[in-house]
Design a protein around this ligand. Structure first.
Ligand code: PHB
Length: 357
């Protein structure tokens, strides 16, 4: 007997937006934006996936000279705003909704990809290991700890990026607080050893995130703002000494911001750090909770039915299946994602996955 996936097809009001179903398309780095400029090919790709209840865009630079993946898009220029309008129009014409994930990579910014040296973080702790550059492998540079002034300036860049995203037609933004990028570098104690009001206690480590949420919410309304967290992910050298207390604290505190949603990644890319962070998040967070990482449609529907999740985000499922909800509804076979074209240029492996016959 196959388990029902009906719960995924219930509409939901997520903050200010009415969504037609509970499928979110997870943010996916695809590197199809040469010069950091969003373009028509990207609009075609996102438009193809408009049957998701909510699309969350790939992580998008809020500042120049913060490139990490070479051809990721940005949202800091008028030209980029205009370029993104193609995407939001393509998604809206098909009845979809789309949030932009806004992002600063902090110490993960790639020195060889940027005209200016701009490697900042909470503390001076660099990534371990070596970095692949056009001139071979080099050790990662230790970041410069942000001054309080520097923090305020980046908070303002997040605010401006959110305003730009709305001007470009997005239905909201997701603040990227996950996966070892700048906000997460403040949140988790392996990368934050500050002794000022932005380091030490959980309250202090969360201060930067809360300031970003406040600034972005004042600009576009908190009901158009989501936050993504990854309590366990060790990607980008991350670790917290107590991930359970960490997610309990953040889930509880985030209640006061009246967000559109909280997006929690339940696992570690490498399977090293393990804990039941989902139950803790659900216990503390009263708003809409989006879960992600390795859910089958059946497991996702069961989580929604049980009240554990309100939405579930699918990454590679949407990458390889532009019509994922229709396929799930029909019980149809799914296309397999091709890892070789995740980060290449052009249409192949991007807009070429077929819909159902
Ligand atoms: C990646 O492209 O490897 C990547 C980007 C953003 C994330 C996580 C992974 O949040």
């Amino acid at each position: 007997m196959t388990q029902s996936t009906d719960a995924l097809f219930q509409p939901i009001k997520l903050g200010a937006n009415d969504l037609t179903n509970r499928f979110a398309m997870a943010p996916l780095t695809r590197c199809r934006a040469p010069g950091h400029q969003p373009n028509a090919l990207m609009a075609e790709y996102y438009g193809q996936r408009a049957s998701a209840g909510l699309i969350i865009s790939e992580c998008t630079m809020i500042q120049p000279n913060t490139s990490t993946f070479a051809t990721e898009p940005g949202i800091y220029s008028q030209e980029q705003i205009e370029g993104w309008k193609l995407t939001t129009k393509a998604v809206h014409e098909k009845g979809g909704k789309i949030f932009m994930q806004i992002w600063h990579a902090g110490r993960a910014v790639h020195p060889a990809l940027n005209a200016e040296e701009n490697i900042v973080s909470a503390s001076d702790i660099g990534l371990s290991g070596e970095l692949q550059t056009p001139n071979g492998k080099v050790p990662f540079t230790a970041p410069t700890p942000l001054t309080v002034e520097g923090i305020k300036s980046i908070v303002n860049d997040f605010r401006q990026a959110a305003a730009n995203a709305i001007e470009a037609g997005f239905d909201g933004v997701e603040i990227h607080g996950a996966n070892g990028y700048l906000i997460d570098q403040f949140l988790r104690d392996s990368s934050n050893q500050r002794e000022d009001e932005y380091g030490g206690s959980l309250e202090n480590r969360a201060r930067f995130l809360f300031e970003v949420i406040d600034a972005v919410s004042a600009e576009i309304g908190s009901d158009r703002v989501g936050v993504r967290l990854s309590p366990l992910n060790s990607y980008n050298d991350m670790k917290d000494s107590d991930p359970e207390a960490w997610i309990a604290y953040l889930s509880e505190q985030l209640n006061r911001f009246n967000l559109a949603y909280l997006h929690v990644m339940r696992a570690d890319f490498f399977g090293v750090q393990q804990a039941d962070v989902v139950s803790i998040a659900r216990q503390h967070y009263k708003g809409s909770l989006m879960l992600n990482m390795g859910y089958s449609a059946e497991e996702a529907a069961a989580a929604i039915e049980a009240g554990t999740a309100d939405m579930v985000a699918f990454g590679t499922g949407f990458l390889a299946n532009p019509d994922l909800p229709a396929r799930i509804k029909a019980g149809a076979e799914l296309n397999e994602p091709d890892q070789n074209t995740f980060y290449t240029q052009g249409a192949e492996g991007y807009t070429t996955y077929p819909t159902m016959a």
